[in-house]
Design a protein around this ligand. Structure first.
Ligand code: ACM
Ligand code: ZN
Length: 544
C-alpha cells in the first residue's frame, strides 16, 4: 500500500476534481488550500504533488501531552467524517504521516504553520490552541469524499494567526431553551469557524435558565412560562408552556466541552433590566413589589430590579459569585441593556440611593443612568475581587461607567466609536450587521445577506490609532424570540457565520468578497456533510 502511495503522481490539480485511479483502484479527489477564514499566508506548490490520505496514514502527536492527543483525535474524527478514511494515532514520528507538534518559534499564541509535501504533513503551533486552528484549516482543505474515493491535500505552506484575540458568538437561551446536547453541536459549529468565545445569554424576562443554589425559586418559578407571543402585530400568546434550565453540573459540562475546543464560555446574567423572570420568583427585588409573571410576550419591560434596595445588590452579588464558581472565564457579562428607568424615578428606595450617592444630572448622564452605572459598578467590584473583568452592553456608557468595563457595542455602528473614545475595551457586534436574528436582515437573500456581514469592518476609521487598539474583537449574536429550534438557529447562523469568521480571523488586506464566495462553495459542502441546516439560497448566486 505504502510504496503504491509514494509512487502516486496527481496529474491534475484542479481543486476537488477526481484525478486518477491509483494502484489500489481508488479514485483520488484533490483538496484546496483556500479555505474560510482566509489564512494569513498561503503558498501553493502548484506542481501537482499532494499528500494522499489513506488507511496507512498516521497522525503523530507528542507523547505525554493530553491536549495534543485530543487534537489528534479531533483530526482523525474529521478525516473519518469527511473522507470516510480511518487513520491511526501514534506518538512515534514517521513518514506517511500528519505530524502535530508544538514549536515556540511560531510567532503567535494562536498561530500555526502547515506544510504539506508528498510524504509528510507537518502542523506546528506555538500552543495547543494554534494546532487546533491548524486542524480546522486542514479539515477544510480536504475534499469531501464518500469513502469510495481517497482525499488528497495539495502540497504547499500555510502560515496563519488570528487578527483579533476576541472572536465571539452569542446565543440567547432565555427566550427559547436549547438542550445541553444541542449547545454542544453549536459549539462544534463555532469551532469550525475558529471562534474562541461562546457568550451564553442565560437569563431573560421570558426565562431564567441557570440553577442558582442560594435562590432556588429562580429556576422553580423563573424558568417556566405559560405561553409565547405568536407575532408582533397581534401580540397573541399561545398556551403552550415553555420551560427549561441548566443545572450547575450541566453548565460545567458545557464549559468543559467548549474548553476542549479552545472556546471560553462567557456567562451573561442580564441586569438590572430584562429581569422579569427573576422578579416573578422574588418580587421583593422590584421597585413596586409586583406581582410579576415570567413574560410571555417580547420587548422591553418597565419592571426591572430596584437598584436602591440593599437586598437587590446582595442578590446580584450572590448570583454573580455562584456564576463565577461555575464558569472559569475571565470575562463575566452582566448585561445592562434596555433598562427603562420609569419606576426608579418614583421609587423611594431608588431616589434615596441617588441622594445618598450625591448623583447629579449632567449634560450626558441622567441621575437614574448614573444609578445604573453605580449598581453595575458595585457588582463589578465583586467580579474584580476574583481577578475577573466585567462586560456590559453599550447602554452602560449612558451612566459614566468605570473604564475597566469591557463594552459590547451593539446598538449601532457609532456605539463602538463612543465606546473606544470613552477609553473602553470594545467588542463590535452592531445589530445592523452582526445580529443574525435581526428579522430585517434575515429577509436578505443570497449574497446580499453575506455582504451585510462581510462588508462591515469592525475597526472604525474616524478614531485615533490608540483608540483603534481598544477594539479587541467582533461577535455575532442570535436572539431567540423567533428561534424555537435548531433548524431556524442554523439557518440564521450559516453561512453568515463564515463571513463573520473571516472578519474575526483574517487580515483586512486578505479579505475579498468575490474570492470569499469562491471559497464558500466548499464551506457549504462541509455544512452539508455535517448535516447543518444552512441557508440554501446562496447557491443561486454561487451558480452551484
Ligand atoms: C441587546 O440586543 N438588547 C443587547
Ligand atoms: Zn427602586
Amino acid at each position: 500500500m505504502k510504496s503504491c502511495k509514494l509512487n502516486r503522481l496527481i496529474l491534475c490539480c484542479a481543486s476537488l476534481m477526481p484525478v486518477f485511479l491509483s494502484c489500489s483502484q481508488k479514485e483520488v479527489l484533490m483538496g484546496d488550500l483556500n479555505v474560510i477564514p482566509v489564512p494569513f499566508e498561503v503558498v501553493e506548490q502548484n506542481d501537482g504533488m499532494s499528500f494522499v490520505i489513506d488507511r496507512s496514514t498516521k497522525i503523530c502527536y507528542p507523547e505525554g501531552n493530553e491536549k495534543m492527543k485530543r487534537n489528534a483525535e479531533f483530526l482523525a474524527s474529521y478525516i473519518k467524517h469527511l473522507t470516510g478514511t480511518e487513520v491511526k494515532l501514534t506518538t512515534k514520528a514517521d513518514e506517511d504521516a500528519i505530524q502535530l507538534s508544538l514549536d515556540e518559534t511560531v510567532g503567535f499564541d494562536e498561530g500555526y504553520e502547515l506544510n504539506v509535501s508528498k510524504n509528510l504533513v507537518t502542523l506546528k503551533g506555538k500552543t495547543e490552541a494554534g494546532v487546533f486552528y491548524g486542524i480546522q484549516t486542514l479539515s477544510k482543505i480536504m475534499p469531501i469524499t464518500d469513502g469510495t474515493k481517497l482525499a488528497a491535500i495539495p502540497a504547499g505552506n500555510i502560515k496563519d494567526h488570528p487578527r483579533f484575540d476576541y472572536r465571539g458568538f452569542m446565543v440567547d437561551v432565555g427566550r427559547h431553551f436549547f438542550s445541553v446536547d444541542y449547545l454542544k453541536e453549536v459549539i462544534d459549529m463555532l469551532a469550525l469557524h475558529n471562534i474562541n468565545y461562546f457568550h451564553w445569554h442565560l437569563t431573560e424576562d421570558q426565562g431564567w435558565r441557570i440553577e442558582i443554589k442560594k435562590y432556588p425559586k429562580l429556576t422553580e418559578i423563573g424558568s417556566k412560562r405559560n405561553g409565547t407571543m405568536k407575532d408582533w402585530e397581534t401580540k397573541e400568546v399561545d398556551n403552550i408552556p415553555v420551560s427549561g434550565f441548566y443545572t450547575q453540573e450541566e453548565a460545567k459540562e458545557i464549559v468543559r466541552y467548549a474548553a476542549e475546543r479552545y472556546i471560553t464560555v462567557i456567562p451573561e446574567i442580564d441586569m438590572p433590566g430584562h429581569m422579569q423572570a427573576a422578579l416573578a420568583a422574588y418580587p421583593e427585588l422590584g421597585c413596586t413589589g409586583g406581582p410579576y409573571e415570567v413574560a410571555t410576550t417580547f420587548g422591553v419591560f418597565e419592571d426591572v430590579l430596584c437598584a436602591g434596595n440593599e437586598k437587590t445588590l446582595t442578590f446580584a452579588k450572590d448570583v454573580i459569585n455562584e456564576i463565577m464558581d461555575i464558569f472559569p472565564s475571565s470575562y463575566v457579562h452582566i448585561g445592562g441593556d434596555e433598562c427603562p428607568k420609569k419606576h426608579w424615578k418614583t421609587c423611594p428606595k431608588c431616589q434615596k440611593k441617588i441622594k445618598e450617592l450625591g448623583l447629579k444630572k449632567t449634560k450626558n448622564h441622567t441621575k437614574e443612568n448614573q444609578l445604573q452605572a453605580w449598581f453595575m459598578g458595585e457588582v463589578e467590584k465583586e467580579i474584580q475581587k476574583r481577578g475577573k473583568v466585567m462586560m456590559a452592553w453599550d447602554e452602560i456608557l449612558e451612566g459614566n461607567p468605570n473604564k475597566s468595563t469591557t463594552v459590547m457595542a451593539w446598538t449601532s455602528p457609532e456605539a463602538r466609536v463612543r465606546s473606544v473614545e470613552s477609553g473602553h475595551k470594545t467588542i463590535v457586534c452592531p445589530i445592523t450587521n452582526y445580529y443574525f436574528s435581526n428579522p430585517r436582515n434575515n429577509k436578505l437573500k443570497g449574497v446580499s445577506s453575506i455582504k451585510k456581514v462581510y462588508d462591515f469592518e469592525p475597526v472604525p476609521e474616524n478614531v485615533t490609532e490608540e483608540q483603534k487598539k481598544n477594539i479587541i474583537g467582533a461577535q455575532g449574536c442570535i436572539w431567540t424570540e423567533w428561534t424555537k429550534d435548531s433548524v431556524k438557529m442554523e439557518w440564521q447562523m450559516m453561512p453568515r457565520i463564515a463571513a463573520l469568521s473571516e472578519i474575526q480571523w483574517s487580515e483586512p488586506q486578505n479579505r475579498n468578497l468575490d474570492d470569499f464566495l469562491k471559497r464558500l462553495k466548499h464551506q457549504l459542502e462541509i455544512y452539508k456533510a455535517y448535516g447543518y441546516n444552512y441557508k440554501q439560497d446562496i447557491h443561486d448566486d454561487l451558480g452551484k
